[in-house]
Design a protein. Structure first.
Length: 339
């Protein structure tokens, strides 16, 4: 695929406008399910848009307090404690604004909904200092530099396509984070997996860093709560199209959970395992499968409550051309048309 190269070619760096810091009031309770966790770990669950190091710093300075008292990040929690504070939000996004094309499904004063293409990284990081979704957002809306992660309240992996929501101001950001915590933001994906499950199901298995390879995630006893629901949409000869719904949103969650139940995503370069070719498949079908070099995962549906109007809103986007071509090839191989 040459998507990433095309993004890089269109970059025009611009400085991010300087915006004065603002504050955000926080008031929440630690749920009983977090009992026994370190305080900073529990806060990552409650306030997922902030990094653990940032939360630790706010605890140490007293900007975040537990039952009105200063507590250490390593102190254990029992559940039911009240977390309160007024957080100073400096410019969190250290990135330049870049003119990178984006496809917008919806836009108003509070929200942006984006149809993210494959090959676009969400955040600047080592190896991807620019050419990311954050760089593109800062070009479109420079004021997003003030918000945590430039207003992104959830993310998609580099080669996962589909819907993402971005908050455009602090009140919308706070409301969307609250919806994520309450699990009222609905996210549904289409996934092509290797294998033929008998029925749909649910994966309830904690996800955390791999104990050996820190670049990977894994199902691990010390991981964070992660729940994924899936159902069968179509069976092919060696693959299955699933509709997957996230109950939680951990890094690589769908990819890790599907691999954990031995249904890895087709094309996944990290968790996909051995390439599976249907016996006796045609040359065009074999070539289509072999040339699909990313995880076959698409965020098709997003539903949430608008933070200003209170209206329940929903968006759907079609699968991108490469995934449509893959599904057509698998359907033809299986002897039926792609509806």
């Amino acid at each position: 695929m040459h998507l990433e190269a095309s993004y890089k070619a269109s970059i025009t760096p611009e400085p991010v406008k300087t915006i004065m810091p603002m504050t955000e009031a926080v008031s929440c309770q630690i749920p009983p399910a977090c009992a026994g966790m370190r305080l900073d770990q529990a806060l990552v669950e409650l306030l997922p848009t902030y990094s653990r190091s940032r939360l630790q710093q706010w605890l140490k300075t007293g900007d975040l307090r537990v039952n009105g008292q200063i507590r250490r990040p390593r102190d254990p929690v029992v559940g039911g404690e009240t977390i309160s504070g007024r957080l100073i939000l400096d410019t969190e996004t250290v990135a330049i604004a870049q003119d990178i094309p984006l496809s917008f499904c919806y836009e108003d004063a509070a929200l942006l909904v984006i149809d993210k293409p494959a090959g676009l990284v969400a955040h600047p990081a080592a190896g991807n200092r620019d050419g990311t979704l954050v760089n593109a957002l800062l070009h479109r809306c420079p004021e997003l530099a003030l918000l945590p992660r430039a207003g992104l309240v959830h993310r998609l992996d580099k080669d996962t396509t589909g819907l993402l929501v971005v908050a455009r101001n602090l009140s919308a950001h706070t409301a969307l984070v609250a919806q994520l915590q309450a699990r009222t933001i609905e996210r549904e994906y289409l996934a092509v997996v290797n294998g033929l499950p008998v029925t749909g199901g649910k994966v309830d298995a904690p996800v955390g860093r791999h104990p050996v390879d820190r670049q990977r995630m894994a199902v691990t006893p010390g991981g964070r709560l992660a729940v994924t629901h899936y159902r069968i949409l179509r069976r092919f000869r060696a693959h299955t199209l699933l509709r997957v719904k996230l109950e939680t949103g951990r890094t690589h969650q769908i990819r890790v959970h599907m691999a954990h139940i031995r249904l890895p995503l087709l094309g996944d370069p990290v968790y996909g395992g051995r390439l599976r070719i249907p016996p006796g498949a045609s040359v065009p079908c074999i070539e289509t499968i072999q040339h699909f070099r990313r995880q076959a995962l698409h965020a098709e549906r997003l539903a949430l409550t608008h933070p200003l109007s209170g209206e329940r809103m929903e968006w759907r986007v079609e699968v991108p051309p490469d995934l449509a071509e893959l599904l057509a090839a698998l359907a033809e191989d299986a002897g039926h048309t792609n509806e």
